[in-house]
Design a protein around this ligand. Structure first.
Ligand SMILES: C[S@@+](CC[C@H](N)C(=O)[O-])C[C@H]1O[C@@H](n2cnc3c(N)ncnc32)[C@H](O)[C@@H]1O
Length: 218
């Protein structure tokens, strides 16, 4: 089995690679529901990457404390550089493996997993969802974006080809061991989260979904 080396080697070029492969589709999916963060007070950005999500979360949620967690020091360095100096006091960077992190109880009223859960197997995703659940407040929002396999047709064939290519690329560059997407949305729903809103791009290949433990939260 290959050793996971992390995303440092991709930190500088990640945005360019994403744009060359998918144009603006990932950016659209990533931020499609971000306006919902406006009144949130404590936001956890998991696998935050190069800090584009962090910068927008800071602008949209001016009163929030924000924890940005990523296992790649290179990604965190880029996120730190992107941050407005005025926001330094309310942002905490955590360089850690999300799978081994203890999250504080009933703390976050929003969490984001943007093109992040596809780094994990079904078992790992299930475990992560279970460990995060107690750290969320009852009205918390979970903003999730990721690739999914469309149910049928040419879109499914195209998605399969892209996923094979992407998993091979990330295995080569980072040592990522997984070879298939976890059923993240199903795992969240099975854990008791309600799907409040969802949008798709590229025939259902790219998804952006909002979940919450509370069905009536807006
Ligand atoms: C595909 S990138 C997505 C980054 C960002 N969320 C975005 O939308 O651009 C996945 C990110 O998750 C981080 N990551 C991967 N496995 C991780 C883990 N076990 N714990 C914490 N971060 C991890 C990587 O370093 C990388 O920054």
């Amino acid at each position: 089995m290959s050793k996971f080396n992390g995303y440092d080697s991709l930190a500088r070029v990640y945005r360019l690679i994403e744009f060359l492969a998918f144009g603006r589709a990932l950016e659209c999916a990533r931020f499609h529901h971000f306006a919902r963060l406006r009144d949130r007070r404590h936001i956890l950005l998991l696998g935050d990457g190069d800090g584009r999500g962090l910068a927008l979360a800071c602008r949209l949620a001016p009163r929030a404390r924000i924890t940005s967690l990523d296992s790649s020091p290179g990604m965190i360095a880029r996120a730190r550089r992107r941050l407005d100096p005025a926001d330094h006091g309310r942002v905490t960077f955590v360089c850690a493996d999300a799978l081994g992190t203890d999250f504080p109880t009933a703390t976050y009223d929003a969490v984001t997993t943007l093109f992040f859960l596809d780094c994990f197997s079904t078992e790992q995703t299930h475990s992560l969802v279970g460990r995060l659940q107690p750290s969320l407040t009852p009205d918390a929002l979970w903003l999730h974006a990721d690739f999914t396999l469309p149910p049928r047709g040419p879109a499914r064939l195209r998605a399969r080809a892209w996923l094979t290519l992407m998993f091979a690329f990330f295995r080569w560059q980072t040592g990522l061991a997984v070879r298939a997407l976890p059923p993240s949305e199903e795992l969240l729903q099975a854990a008791g989260f309600h799907r409040l809103a969802g949008s798709s791009w590229q025939g259902g290949f790219i998804r952006s979904v909002v979940f919450s433990p509370n069905q009536s939260v807006t």
